[in-house]
Each structure stands twice: as structure tokens, then as C-alpha cells.
Write a protein that binds this ligand. Structure first.
Ligand code: PEP
Length: 244
């Protein structure tokens, strides 16, 4: 992945059986092979498809990531996947601390901190998600919440080669709502001040082909973490085309 380029990451979440997941991966890989994307591309399929998607995208320049990992390397953790297993399956990245896991699985900053450390131990880049709820934004606490999440979730020793931050306001995920451009810039500035220089800061939350250019054109936005729109190759590609 080239330094200084924006990163467009697709979080497929719990979507995709073999036929549609591999079809999507094939379509994205074909576009990446045929064109010259002005950004780095990453897809994060569900765990069941990681290895097969890795084969499909091999040589296309599209990187592979997991959506979560356990803090431990191995052991009695039924149903979990370790960072080492993701690395072994071909991943270079793992998303940690997504708000759906913080909310649905009770992941605290301390738990997320352990997962970032596990990602680094395995040689993966951690994409650490932070973001405020609607109530926190309305209470004027967005910056404080994000700063607190960074302090709690980012272990000592972070450097730009091993961490990407994704600012994802919880209320913007999957809702079609986005913060104002000024609000995105303000939070990205606050994050920038708190993390190692050079680390990429992505925006995530209802990015689509229509709003991608204005969001990706903002100062301090180094790419996007894309959920719903990453499930259609055409839309994912259109967002990538809005880079640079
Ligand atoms: C996400 O879940 O990381 C996300 C950004 O979702 P969406 O693009 O669908 O809002």
C-alpha cells in the first residue's frame, strides 16, 4: 500500500454466501486490474469467505482484511478468530472496535485495546473504529467521546504503518445520514492531533457514490470505510474513483 494515498475499505459485515461474495470480489478485482485506481483498495469479507476471496483478488492489488479478531493468539474461545488466523488466511488488515461490536457484543475500550495489540502481534494493520452516538453529538460531546475512545483503545507504541483510524459516527452508519462536512473536518483534526503522524484517518458512515467526492475531498480525510455501498462493485468502484 502506497503511503500518502487514500484508502477505500469495504466492510461487507455479515453479508454474502459463496456465490455472491465471490462474484463481488471478482468484479472488484477485475475493475482494479483493468483500471488504475487512484487509491488503495481493501475488502473485508465475512470470516467464511476470507480465504476464497483472497484467491480471487490475488494479484489485483486489492488488499484483504478481517472484520474482527480475538485478543488471544489461540485457545478455548469457541467461535472466535485470532489475528494470527487472519494473517494466515491472507489478511493484511483487521477492523477492530466497530460500533456494531461495541454495542452488540459489549466491547469496551479495554477489549478493543487488546485486539489492536493482537493485530500488531500478528503483523496486521489495525483499523480502529471510533465515533459518537446521536445523543453524544447532540450533547456537544463528540470530540470528547472520540478522544476518550482513542486513549482507551489505542495501545502504546502505535505507529502509522500499523494503525488506521476510522471515524464512524454511530448515528451515520447505515442510516443515510452524514455529519456536515465541517463536522467531519473538525473531528478528523482532533483525531490527527492524538495519533502518530502519517497514520491514515478514514471517514465512515453512509458514504455512497453521490457524497464520496465531497467527503474524500476534505482536508484530513485519508479515505473511507464503506459498509452498504461496498456490497455493489459498481458503487464501491465509483467511490474509489472519487479519490484523488
Ligand atoms: C460501517 O459499518 O462501517 C459503515 C460505514 O456502514 P455504512 O457505509 O453502511 O454506513
Amino acid at each position: 500500500m502506497a503511503a500518502g494515498r487514500q484508502l477505500i475499505a469495504g466492510n461487507w459485515k455479515m453479508n454474502g454466501l459463496k456465490a455472491d461474495g465471490l462474484g463481488l470480489a471478482r468484479d472488484i478485482a477485475a475493475r482494479a486490474r483493468a483500471g488504475t485506481p487512484a487509491c488503495d483498495l481493501l475488502v473485508c469479507p465475512p470470516a467464511t469467505l476470507i480465504a476464497a476471496v483472497g484467491e480471487v483478488i490475488a494479484g489485483s492489488g486489492v488488499a484483504l482484511g478481517g472484520q474482527n479478531c480475538h485478543a488471544a493468539e489461540k485457545g478455548a474461545h469457541t467461535g472466535d478468530v485470532s489475528a494470527e488466523m487472519l494473517k494466515d488466511a491472507g489478511c493484511g488488515y483487521v477492523i477492530v472496535g466497530h460500533s456494531e461490536r461495541r454495542q452488540n457484543c459489549g466491547e469496551t475500550d479495554a477489549v478493543v485495546n487488546g485486539k489492536v495489540a493482537a493485530a500488531w502481534r500478528a503483523g496486521l494493520v489495525a483499523i480502529l473504529c471510533v465515533g459518537e452516538t446521536r445523543a453524544e453529538r447532540e450533547a456537544g460531546r463528540a470530540k470528547d467521546v472520540v478522544s476518550g475512545q482513542l486513549r482507551g483503545s489505542l495501545p502504546e507504541g502505535a505507529d502509522s504503518a500499523r494503525v488506521v483510524i476510522a471515524y464512524e459516527p454511530v448515528w451515520a452508519i447505515g442510516t443515510g445520514l452524514t455529519p456536515t462536512l465541517a463536522d467531519i473536518e473538525e473531528i478528523h483534526r482532533a483525531i490527527r492531533a492524538a495519533i502518530p503522524s502519517g497514520a491514515r484517518i478514514l471517514y465512515g458512515g453512509s458514504v455512497n457514490p453521490k457524497n464520496a467526492a465531497e467527503i474524500l475531498g476534505l482536508d484530513g480525510v485519508d479515505g473511507a470505510l464503506v459498509g452498504g455501498a461496498s456490497l455493489k462493485a459498481e458503487d464501491f468502484w465509483a467511490i474509489a474513483q472519487a479519490c484523488g
